[in-house]
Design a protein around this ligand. Structure first.
Ligand code: 76R
Length: 249
């Protein structure tokens, strides 16, 4: 039996994707639409206040293509707070015009593959805590997809020794670091929480950088031999101030 790796786990994460029912939105009265927009703005302000207090974080993106229209990513200390957000949102006027299309539950994860420096537990470091409880960037573009580590005959991540997995992830991280300032990544673990093993959420100023990093990483052994990928969702940032104009009929 090979050794697992200890993970450091931070805030719980919910990716929540919705489509807008544009027909019923158009058929609604001006007053109803305004009520929906105002209520949504209130919710966004409430979530912004939580973020300002560093008790969580969230982002909102407009999804490209037909998989959804809106993608939220919420981070909170507990899963109860995530269901509270969902329930309050579902009861809102705006939600009457939304169709849930996809969701993903996970938790911000860092792993302890690297040997401890000077006997200091990395989890106690303020920089680790900041990465486990991050304020999500509001960069122009987002890319979200789930992935698994392969367990197929010779290509089984889960029968590799820990040191070998650590080495492959170190090499993977060298590719990742080439994209410093261009791509920001958040790895959320979802074993026991959702259908895949990890969620990958990337932020970029230029969406082409998603294609470049994912393409380049396909050649890292950690991905070429040991990764399986799910559906991709890509979007453009939708700031609170732009929501009313986006919804205007
Ligand atoms: O601890 C760290 O964050 C630094 C080293 C590092 C680890 C341990 C790291 C760095 N990653 C790690 C773990 Mn990653 N990462 C992905 C994807 O599309 C693909 O081929 C893979 C999807 C991307 C794009 C990406 C980007 N990484 C992981 C894990 C957990 C593995 C496990 O435990 O088995 C997954 C699933 C995963 C997947 N990674 C980086 C990046 C980038 C950009 C970096 C550099 C971050 C930086 O140092 O700034």
């Amino acid at each position: 039996m090979v050794e697992a790796v200890e993970t450091m786990d931070g805030w719980y994460s919910l990716h929540d994707l919705r489509s807008i029912d544009w027909n019923s939105w158009k058929l609604a009265s001006e007053a109803e639409r305004q009520e929906a927009i105002d209520g949504f703005d209130k919710l966004l302000s409430k979530w912004e206040a939580v973020e300002a207090e560093k008790n969580g974080s969230h982002v909102l993106y407009q999804v490209i293509g037909q998989k959804a229209d809106l993608m939220f990513m919420f981070l909170r200390p507990t899963t109860n707070e995530l269901t509270d957000i969902e329930t309050e949102f579902n009861k809102s006027k705006f939600a009457e015009f939304l169709i849930p299309t996809h969701s993903y539950v996970s938790v911000v994860e860092l792993s302890k593959y690297r040997p401890q420096k000077d006997g200091v537990d990395p989890e106690t470091l303020p920089e680790t805590q900041a990465r486990l409880k991050p304020i999500l960037p509001k960069w122009e573009h987002i890319c979200f997809y789930p992935m698994d580590r392969r367990r197929d005959g010779e290509n089984n991540w889960y029968t590799l020794e820990k040191a070998d997995r650590g080495q492959l992830l170190y090499e993977h991280s060298k590719t990742g670091r080439k994209y410093a300032g261009k791509v920001k990544q958040f790895i959320t673990g979802s074993m026991g929480l959702d259908d895949w093993e990890w969620g990958v959420t990337l932020f970029a100023h230029d969406p082409l950088q998603f294609k470049k990093i994912v393409y380049e990483m396909r050649f890292d052994v950690a991905s070429s031999r040991y990764a399986e990928f799910g559906e991709f969702f890509v979007g453009n940032h939708l700031p609170r101030e732009a929501v009313a104009a986006f919804l205007k009929i």
